[in-house]
Design a protein around this ligand. Structure first.
Ligand SMILES: Cc1cc2nc3c(=O)[nH]c(=O)nc-3n(C[C@H](O)[C@H](O)[C@H](O)COP(=O)(O)O)c2cc1C
Length: 535
């Protein structure tokens, strides 16, 4: 049965022996990172260590902080209530395989599936535990034990926020996980990278601001009194936005006025938190994905001060706005690449209200050198997305995003090759597929290579390639965290075709057989093995 909130999830972790309560006083500044980093990298017998519930936080008497909740394969399965993540993939596959019913019996057979689909849609309820305390004044972001993660970070960062925005075009909601640097009691950085859905909602608001201010109108969803002026500067801003990279060349003051509403939920049930990182198509609401994952609708409540809905049982909800004419330096921040992501300009979130449960549990994570908690979340995305990737790339057999490849740096894929040049077609398809566009290096191997076995991949890839012939470079968007690309967000990517080469691909030399022992000899040795007394 689905976890209804973070507390049910914590209780489940506890029952499964996956939670450690820590009562010794610790400091959210650096100290929790050092403890959690050691735990994440600990014990070969239980990789990822336990989830940690800190109950004695320096400077925050009575507060509790949860970290490393997703930090192992077992906990990721528990979070999504499966034995193996492939079960989620199988459920997705079952929905994709639905054919038009041929007769009455087929229609009857579809009823359970339709009933199941009904469970995915979120429902809005009148109130929820996230409103046990409502603070419209005298509130502060500093009330929560927000971490300062690494020594050279620019400050404290909220690292596990579900950021909710609304598409001004369609009205659909998006939930994305974008870190927030705390500037002061009521403002924080809004680090949606430019290719993410929250950033596109922001750009659409800017476009509207530019278009409408040309007619003397405020951007829709913004009261006239709050729309700021300057048609020319508005158009220029949108134009600059389109031409520049990470926003770093956007001058403060060159943007049109207006506000965009934003809500942030912290400490939701695990399906909602996980759905915020899922690279879903922009038009698919993450609340629906969470409903699919937990097989129970997500209950939402309306915010107090903005026209958005948030999970009813969230521990903490931040309500506020991003001003369209304001950018501020964000970062540096010790990131999941193992390096600091450098400072850049990002919008600023202004808090207008906080609601929270009584004695809220602050939920967070740290990122840094892998392996860490986010690695396990990424692995879950890998498994769950395979059937969806196969819709566009049907020859895909399996994929592996090694944790040290930090998800955007390396993807290993095996394919069923049926025609010349197919490996290169697959690379281009992946570079065109949502956030997979960021993949810096794609290795393509034949279907008989086990991509989960890095030893086998290394052996076969390096044996099979003629580098000059088999490496393909391309230019395009790269991850904002790529510190080596020629420009922020733009650079080159590499694909390696390590499939067997065919005569139809110009390879006319004989391809050698792989060394494998015959089955008869293997069976003979199996029988004698004990007698040999080697083990
Ligand atoms: C712990 C964690 C922190 C993240 N922080 C950011 C961030 O600060 N900015 C960002 O653009 N993406 C960040 N991501 C990745 C996004 O959450 C991910 O790309 C997600 O699909 C974005 O949602 P969207 O497609 O709705 O924009 C983070 C992911 C994780 C697991």
């Amino acid at each position: 049965m689905a976890y209804d909130d973070l507390r049910e999830w914590i209780a489940a972790l506890d029952r499964a022996g996956e939670l450690k309560r820590i009562r010794t006083e610790v400091d959210p500044i650096l100290e929790i990172t050092e403890i959690t980093d050691r735990v994440s990298k600990s014990a070969r017998s239980s990789p990822g260590g336990p989830a940690l519930l800190f109950q004695n936080l320096k400077g925050h008497p009575g507060a509790q902080l949860l970290i490393n909740q997703f930090g192992s394969a077992r906990r990721m399965n528990l979070a999504l209530e499966v034995e193996k993540l492939d079960e989620v993939a199988d459920r997705i596959r079952a929905f994709m395989e639905v054919k038009s019913p041929q007769g009455f019996l087929d229609k009857v057979k579809m009823l359970p599936m339709l009933a199941e689909m009904g469970k995915f849609f979120p429902k809005t309820v009148s109130t929820g535990s996230c409103k046990e305390v409502i603070k419209r004044d005298r509130f502060s972001l500093l009330d929560f034990p927000v971490l300062h993660c690494w020594p050279k970070d620019a400050g404290r960062f909220i690292t596990l926020p579900c950021v909710i925005t609304r598409d001004p075009k369609t009205g659909k909601r998006n939930v994305g996980m974008y870190r927030m640097q705390i500037y002061d009691e009521r403002t924080a950085g809004m680090h949606w990278q430019r290719q993410k859905v929250g950033a596109e909602h922001y750009r659409e608001m800017l476009r509207r601001a530019a278009a409408q201010s040309a007619w003397g109108q405020p951007p829709s969803a913004v009261p006239a009194s709050e729309a700021r002026q300057s048609t020319a500067s508005a158009r220029a801003a949108v134009d600059v936005m389109a031409r520049t990279s990470g926003g770093s060349q956007l001058a403060e003051g060159s943007l049109p006025g207006g506000k965009m509403e934003v809500a942030v939920a912290i400490g939701t049930d695990p399906a909602i938190t996980f759905s915020a990182i899922v690279p879903a198509p922009p038009d698919v609401e993450e609340y629906l994905i969470a409903g699919f994952l937990r097989q129970k609708p997500v209950e939402l409540v309306k915010c107090e001060t903005v026209d958005l809905e948030v999970p009813a049982t969230a521990e903490i909800v931040l309500e506020g706005h991003v001003h369209l004419d304001e950018l501020r330096t964000e970062g540096p921040f010790g990131d999941h690449t193992g390096f600091y992501s450098l400072e850049d300009l990002y919008p600023v979130f202004h808090l207008s209200c906080i609601t929270h449960r009584k004695d809220p549990i602050y939920s967070t994570t740290i990122v840094g050198k892998p392996p860490m908690e986010d690695g396990w979340m990424g692995k879950a995305v890998e498994r769950i997305f395979l059937p969806l990737m196969k819709l566009t790339v049907p020859e895909l057999v399996d994929i592996n995003l090694p944790i040290e490849g930090v998800f955007h740096n390396l993807m290993i894929v095996s394919i069923k090759k049926s025609y010349p040049g197919q490996a290169r077609k697959v690379m281009n398809a992946i570079w065109s597929l949502g956030q997979a566009m960021f993949t810096k290096c794609i290795l393509v191997v034949d279907e008989d290579v086990n991509v989960q076995d890095i030893g086998e991949v290394t052996l076969k890839v390096l044996n099979h390639i003629d580098p000059e012939r088999d490496i393909q470079f391309t230019l395009g968007p790269v991850d904002s965290l790529d510190h080596a690309s020629r420009l922020p967000n733009y650079g080159s990517k590499m694909g390696i075709d390590a499939t067997r080469k065919w005569p139809s691909e110009g390879f006319t030399r004989p391809w050698p057989d792989e060394i494998l022992m015959d089955e008869k000899t293997k069976a003979l040795v199996d029988k004698k093995w004990k007698e040999l007394g080697i083990e």
